[in-house]
Design a protein around this ligand. Structure first.
Ligand code: NAI
Length: 307
């Protein structure tokens, strides 16, 4: 198998290291920065005897090296700086996604594409339009990360292992994301038996701002370790045909009452067929309203892309 990482920056580098440890296939790192992807690939290559791993890594500045990719994970684009919202990246990152999308279409027409670049929902929408790939093969990473953040906050609050916590965060990857109280659980125990709605709402509010919290601390860019892990979690589900149930930005055609091929974060089944199924969860009135607000925010971004 061949996994290509377009964008070899903070998230790209993290993913390469995680992939070397997981040994899911050969890794090709691609970036416009000359020498940088080659340097990072060589750096990890030189650690193979201590990881230890048989994974082969390479770096490139040439889109033609995408040829033969089974999965392409796209992080090419600018990250946020303090004071910026994800939406401020729309203009410049759209130009990059267009270029990268055309290259993927030409050189890796059979690949599954996982988009990470922000603003996520608009960029994955643009990627599907530019490549013309079937929607089950173009997917956005955000919900795995947002749900993991919420699960970790719940775990810390309860003093339990984050592994035992399940949380569900839906909608657009922005301030309007929706955390679903009724869907959270700890080792099969509904969260409502262990935590009040008020406390949950507090943690949900922190989740919606969690990316910004890290941007403010780092000052130089945005989160990259947990985003890298989250994107690989999705690639692994595809490569190993795991049928993982995870939240992803998927194309909606009537599900959740959303028409027009809009991309939005929803639970899906991910396996060898890419997005094999969108799962519709029942939302209460409050959650439904919040979801609709989130969908409207995504629509605004997408209408910019359309124009
Ligand atoms: P970074 O700046 O460290 O890396 C981005 C890389 O893309 C740079 O090395 C740059 O040279 C490269 N690049 C730019 N144009 C390119 C092109 N045409 N072809 C190939 N490479 C190109 O940024 P980082 O921290 O890795 O973040 C990447 C993106 O991911 C940002 O847009 C950020 O906002 C987004 N992000 C998304 C998250 C999500 O949950 N979906 C979470 C965190 C970040």
């Amino acid at each position: 198998k061949k996994i290509s990482l377009v964008g070899a920056g903070q998230i790209g580098g993290t993913m390469a290291l995680v992939l070397a440890q997981k040994q899911l296939g050969d890794v090709m790192m691609l970036d416009i920065a000359e020498g940088m992807p080659q340097g990072k690939a060589l750096d990890i290559q030189e650690g193979r005897s201590v990881i230890p791993t048989a994974t082969n890594l390479s770096g490139s500045n040439d889109y033609a090296d995408l040829a033969g990719s089974d999965v392409v994970i796209v992080t090419a684009g600018l990250p946020r700086k303090p004071g910026m919202s994800r939406d401020d990246l729309l203009d410049v990152n759209f130009g990059i996604i267009e270029k990268v999308g055309l290259a993927i279409k030409e050189h890796a027409p059979e690949a599954l594409v996982i988009v990470v670049t922000n603003p996520l929902d608009a960029m994955v929408y643009a990627m599907q339009k530019v490549t013309g790939f079937p929607a089950n093969r173009v997917v956005g990473m955000a919900g795995v990360l947002d749900s993991s953040r919420l699960a970790c906050f719940i775990a810390d609050e309860l003093g339990v292992s984050a592994e035992d916590v399940r949380a569900l965060v839906l909608g657009g990857h922005g301030d309007t994301m929706v955390s679903v109280y009724g869907a959270a659980s700890v080792a099969g125990i509904p969260l409502s038996q262990l935590m009040s709605k008020e406390k949950f709402d507090e943690l949900a509010a922190r989740t919606a701002k969690a990316g910004g919290e890290i941007v403010a601390l780092l000052k130089t860019g945005s989160a990259f370790y947990s985003p890298g892990l989250s994107a690989i979690h999705m690639a692994e589900a595809y490569l190993l045909d795991k049928k993982s149930v995870l939240t992803a930005a998927a194309q909606l055609n009537g599900e959740y009452g959303v028409e027009g091929g809009l991309y939005c974060g929803v639970p899906v089944v991910m396996g060898a067929g890419g997005i094999e199924k969108v799962i519709e969860v029942e939302l209460n009135e409050e959650e439904r309203k919040a979801f609709d607000v989130s969908v409207d925010a995504v629509k605004d971004l997408v209408s910019w892309v359309e124009n």
